[in-house]
Design a binder for this molecule. Structure first.
Ligand SMILES: NC(=O)c1ccc[n+]([C@@H]2O[C@H](COP(=O)([O-])OP(=O)(O)OC[C@H]3O[C@@H](n4cnc5c(N)ncnc54)[C@H](O)[C@@H]3O)[C@@H](O)[C@H]2O)c1
Length: 290
């Protein structure tokens, strides 16, 4: 087992919304990063997004120009999982949220990665215990749940399954701290800590709109001013996407069998009408769309 402070090489599998950001922050602390995606165009786009994030940092005076160049130099792209994981101390998978897909990727990654490598998934909802069955040594398997945008958000949920070893958990926590982020250690369970609480608040806020308790702006302001939330639950739902939140609520309602997660009819109606929040232009707020 590697001491995580020894993590020097990281393989990131999947270069989309999350993968490119994970590659960036790992390279940002001096690790060599191999970025892989099944779609070569996605790898190129991922690298462009990293460059754009760093350029923005330079523009804002938060990143020095030579630091940006050094971070970019530490990232290599590859079109094979085997290449990506060769010599890796840590593998982070950020492919789409499909159990079968992740199972296949980890089967391949496990075969090529060194015996000491920590194998981590960025899943936001799937069971860590179940995905870990795809690898030869589930003791080295863990969830590292980053938040979007990765280079800005401080939180990382470190999700341990029944087979995850203490050494892996401690190493993962140390690595997250090394990234300058805040680890929250959570036992593998539906919704982890963040979604489980966030969805209850979001669903209840929607029920309150449905019942005419208060206008969306006022419900949000109650949380922002009264509880010091940076953003109210309805605006957050608009930003995440009503369809995405409905999917998570349905999943938690089924798996945790609690009425607190039951999606309100209003949410279903809005999703059916294409009111998905910011991305569609209309949600609980008008975002200037059609
Ligand atoms: N987007 C978010 O806000 C967010 C937040 C936390 C966690 N997550 C989780 O992170 C993971 C990735 O989500 P995302 O939003 O980055 O998705 P995304 O669709 O933006 O990116 C996924 C990438 O994986 C690639 N891919 C598909 N099949 C692959 C394979 N077999 N091997 C390697 N790459 C493959 C795709 O080409 C794509 O570039 C999911 O498990 C998701 O639940 C997402």
């Amino acid at each position: 087992m590697s001491e995580t402070n020894d993590v020097r090489r990281v393989a990131v599998l999947g270069a989309g919304t999350m993968g490119h950001g994970i590659a960036q922050v790992c390279a940002g602390i001096g690790c060599s990063v191999a970025l892989y995606d099944i779609d070569e165009a996605a790898v190129r786009k991922g690298l462009e997004r990293i460059r754009a994030n760093l350029d923005k940092g330079v523009e804002l005076g938060k990143v020095a120009a030579d630091e940006r160049d050094a971070v970019l130099e530490r990232i290599v792209t590859t079109s094979s999982v085997a290449d990506a994981v060769t010599g890796a101390d840590l593998v982070v998978e950020a492919a789409p949220e499909s159990f079968e897909l992740k199972e296949t990727i980890f089967g391949e990654a496990d075969a090529g990665a060194p015996d000491h490598a920590i194998l981590a998934t960025n899943t936001s909802s799937l069971s860590i215990e179940k995905i870990a069955r795809a690898v030869s040594d589930p003791a080295r398997f863990i969830g590292l749940h980053f938040f979007n945008p990765v280079h800005i958000m401080k939180l990382v949920e470190v999700v341990w399954g029944p087979d995850t070893s203490d050494a892996t958990r401690l190493a993962a926590v140390a690595f997250v701290r090394r990234l300058g982020k805040e680890p929250v250690v959570v036992k593998d369970s539906p919704g982890f800590a963040s979604s489980r609480l966030g969805i209850v608040l979001g669903m209840e806020a929607i029920r309150m709109v449905e019942e005419g308790v208060a206008a969306p702006e006022d419900i949000d302001r109650a949380m922002e001013l009264g509880y010091r939330h940076p953003m109210g639950p309805l605006k957050l739902t608009d930003l995440v996407g009503l369809d995405v939140r409905l999917g998570i609520a349905e999943y938690l309602h089924n798996t945790l069998a609690s009425e607190a997660f039951r999606p309100p009819e209003l949410l279903r109606r809005m999703v059916a009408a294409g009111k998905l929040g910011k991305k569609s232009g209309q949600g609980f707020y008008d975002w200037g769309g059609s």
